[in-house]
Design a protein around this ligand. Sequence first.
Ligand SMILES: [Zn+2]
Length: 422
Amino acid sequence: MINSYDYSIMRFLADPIYGYRDIVHAQKKTEISSRAEDFESLCKISNTIEGINDPYEAARVSVKLSKKYPLSNNMNIVNANFLEEDTFDKNPAKLIENEIAVNIEKPYDGDIACCTPSCNNFSINRSHSIQKSKILSTIVDKKYSVYQTKNMPFEGGKFLKKVGWKNASTFPGFCESCEHLMFKDSEKSNPSLDRDTLGKLIWRAICFTRYRRAVEIKNRALVVSKPDSYLVGNEFDNFMVPFSSALILKNRIATFKNLDKWISEFESANFGKKSKYEFLLLELDFAPFVGAGVAPIHYDFTGKMIQSAGRFNTPIQHFTFTSFISNNKSYFVFCWKKSDFICKKFMNQLMGTDLNLLSSFIPQIIIGNSDTVYVSPDWWDNKSNSVDKHILLHSFLMQFSYMVFPWWGPVKGIRINKFFHV
Ligand SMILES: [Zn+2]
């Protein structure tokens, strides 16, 4: 999957936050000259949105500006042929990317709109992206901590860190009233498995992802437009570092555009209640990890590419998903638009898959497509074996789900009992 010629850049870009995981055609090689134009446009976009505080506004202005300063159609990345070995292990590159990472994780300072498009209130600072205490309480240790996948790409060593469950998975999502009214049912210990409740759970997952992309666009633009990045390039004698950081901005603009559209359509459809959306539930007795996110579908279960990832202006069909618990059963719920034929094809394949095989694909689908995943410390430290750990790490580093390594079997403790449509 990772070719040696582009190992350094692929390892860097495969990271869930920095990676080109959302939209990329990694195999395609293009000459650097064909990207010079994009770099200039991205710098112009960055300079314009530098002064906009609100990340959603900055991201939307970026989307608009990408038409004014046309970005080329291809979503290609900087090829590692242009990079010296270990570029991203060295300090100057770490500085740029770590600064962006820290800013995405920072609690938001200032007023930011509630994610419900029709609501005019400001959000509270700490909305949960997944079912609050219910789902996390199934995986906490005695000190009420969980493992979280690290967002800092260069911290090295282990890829998990311990966090208190109260701090897990929060973002400035919704205002007080939306928070209480919309998620009343989904926060119960036995939320109903109907479209209304599932739609709200999905809504949270996608709003969370959109928020993170907006903040990243804003922060990446700040870095790109700052003289610091040029100084870093100078010092390092390699301008590929700020250059690749800028090109990731292009990817994030495309992703934000997709998510923003999906969110407004989903709200207009009464949060998925209308029949134009489909929901699929996977039921398990226990899930040792939980997460929420957006999964662009590029490869099917046979490893065939079913949706090109290389075009900037082509919307990518994706499904959204989240974890929750109801009546002591763990669930992963998937939601997609009925008219998205690629999603339909993918889901039909999924439903035709044997339950044991499907169980082994779960880490790739969930961990490979979530910004952050929470893992049970007890499971990780005491119950999982080295192959299980390896599978989780692999899934974490994937650019996007390739549906590989099912022959390793499901990780210990993961067993899908059944799946059903709602
Ligand atoms: Zn609201």
